[in-house]
Design a protein around this ligand. Sequence first.
Ligand SMILES: [Ca+2]
Length: 253
Amino acid sequence: MMNEWDPESRERRREQRSARSRPQKKSRRSPLIPLGLLLALVSATAFVLILTMSVLSEENPEQVGSNPESSATSDAVAGSEDEEATGNAGSTTTEPSTTTSLREVVELPVADVRASSYIEPSEERTYGPDNLIDGDPATAWNEDAEGLGEGEWVRLQFETPIIPARLEVANGYQRDEERFTGNGRIEQMTVKYSDGTSQTVELEDREGFQDVPLPPKETEWLLITAQSVYPGSTWEDLALSEIRVFGSRAQLP
Ligand SMILES: [Ca+2]
């Protein structure tokens, strides 16, 4: 047994105790507690970040996604007019954009497409109205009525009512140069809505897609009728290669 009053053994015990406790303290606390703290901090920060990002993206999907122009404009205004005007300029330019961009403009699927007439398919090619919405500018609808094609029409039906914003139209038969100039192209056409209203628009006599802005009114279908034609140099058939419809759904799915 060790003597409590023996200074040597007391000293040794103190050393033993401190030798035992120091490494313990080190191994248990110093690496583990900061590591745990660090992990907790990192995960808390990540959680807050994810939460903030998801809240932001839920609140402003349209504002961020579909209005790069308006935000660029307000930045430009803020930049040019200095400190005094920034607050007001920023809010006045962004407010209208949030109200007008409540509905996202996307390409809308056409459920069904019909035409007044079309050339019967050959072994190689088809000329029906389905070619207007097949995504391929090299395939076209070719009408098959007497004359140059004035009064011929196609009708695009949608699954649910839409609010159009614009069409993207590939005029004529865009398979190649010979067919483009050889067949007729639309010069003027009317676009009629299911509420009975219509507007007349003019198309350019060129290849590629061209934009046709449309009034944003609800409709179940679009009836597109050729009013006047750029005549083909070889054939009397009026052709149209592709129609894309952009707008929003009038009802939530
Ligand atoms: Ca096509």
